[in-house]
Design a protein around this ligand. Structure first.
Ligand code: NAI
Length: 250
């Protein structure tokens, strides 16, 4: 893990139950931040938060569907209340896939993915941006995907949502730059999590062959980049999109 000092800071991570989000929450916690962990599965989220705290962290669980406007408003109010109206770092990580070819994609498959992956970051960022503006400090890190940069067969909904996140990142970065708030995005390549565990083994092998460094990514690979963007030292870096993909799309 790269060394970053986040002592005294407050971070919010969506989709912190497992996979990349859990890896990010652990890393931010190890760097000293108090972490508000958002997820939808109470039992699993509580278990993840317990694990972070048993390792010496200061994490709290907040159950919230990031696509639900009222729930996001309510949860943001609870988080701001608990942490003295202070949120320094926001990581919009929650995401889903509903992969299928365009010609058989249902309205629900399209809408569900756009709701969680694109409306989610919009609702959550909007809910915390005023607190960041008031404190004149903030680090927003959005988790996009290389699919949103180069497209991927069977992921018209997902690629569109992640391309949307990239546009959202660049625009919000411009809106808040004068308040010492940076907004950046990370586009992971193939990272070993529950999301990718369900893929057809043939696709997985084909993917691995396309990764120049010759291995799949781990949540820690993404967490290290989040730590950099989330650090006070990254104050001159904003509106950037970085692919963390073992060289897949270079
Ligand atoms: P995952 O499926 O293991 O974890 C997703 C997390 O998001 C879970 O904690 C889940 O509870 C949460 N979540 C889902 N819907 C939610 C909702 N409506 N409200 C709140 N939380 C919700 O996925 P993984 O692999 O950890 O992915 C994390 C992010 O990284 C996602 O945005 C994904 O699109 C992105 N990504 C992942 C890649 C990979 O290879 N695993 C590649 C590129 C991007």
């Amino acid at each position: 893990m790269i060394q970053v000092d986040l002592n005294g800071q407050v971070a919010v991570v969506t989709g912190a139950t497992r996979g990349i989000g859990f890896g990010v929450a652990k890393a931010l916690s190890k760097a000293g931040a108090a972490v508000a962990c958002i997820g939808t599965n109470a039992e699993k989220l509580n278990a993840s938060v317990e694990q972070i705290n048993s390792d010496g962290g200061k994490a709290t669980a907040f159950i919230c569907n990031v696509a639900d406007s009222a729930a996001v408003k309510q949860t943001a109010a609870e988080i701001l209340e608990q942490y003295g109206s202070r949120v320094d770092i926001l990581v919009n990580n929650a995401g889903i896939t509903r992969d299928t070819l365009l010609r058989v994609m249902t309205d629900e498959q399209w809408d569900d993915v756009i709701a969680v992956n694109l409306r989610g970051p919009f609702l959550v960022t909007r809910a915390f941006i005023s607190a960041m503006r008031k404190k004149k400090y903030g680090r927003v890190v959005n988790i996009a995907s290389i699919s949103g940069m180069i497209g991927n067969r069977g992921q018209a909904n997902y690629s569109a949502s992640k391309a949307g996140v990239i546009g959202f990142t660049r625009t919000v970065a411009k809106e808040v730059a004068n308040r010492n708030i940076t907004v950046n995005a990370i586009s992971p390549g193939f990272i070993e999590t529950d999301m990718t565990a369900v893929l057809d083994p043939m696709i997985v092998t084909e993917m691995k062959n396309r990764i120049p460094v010759g291995r799949f990514g781990q949540p820690e690979d993404i967490a290290n980049a989040v730590l950099f963007f989330a650090s006070p030292e990254a104050s001159f870096v904003t509106g950037q999109i970085i692919a963390i993909d073992g060289g897949m799309i270079m």
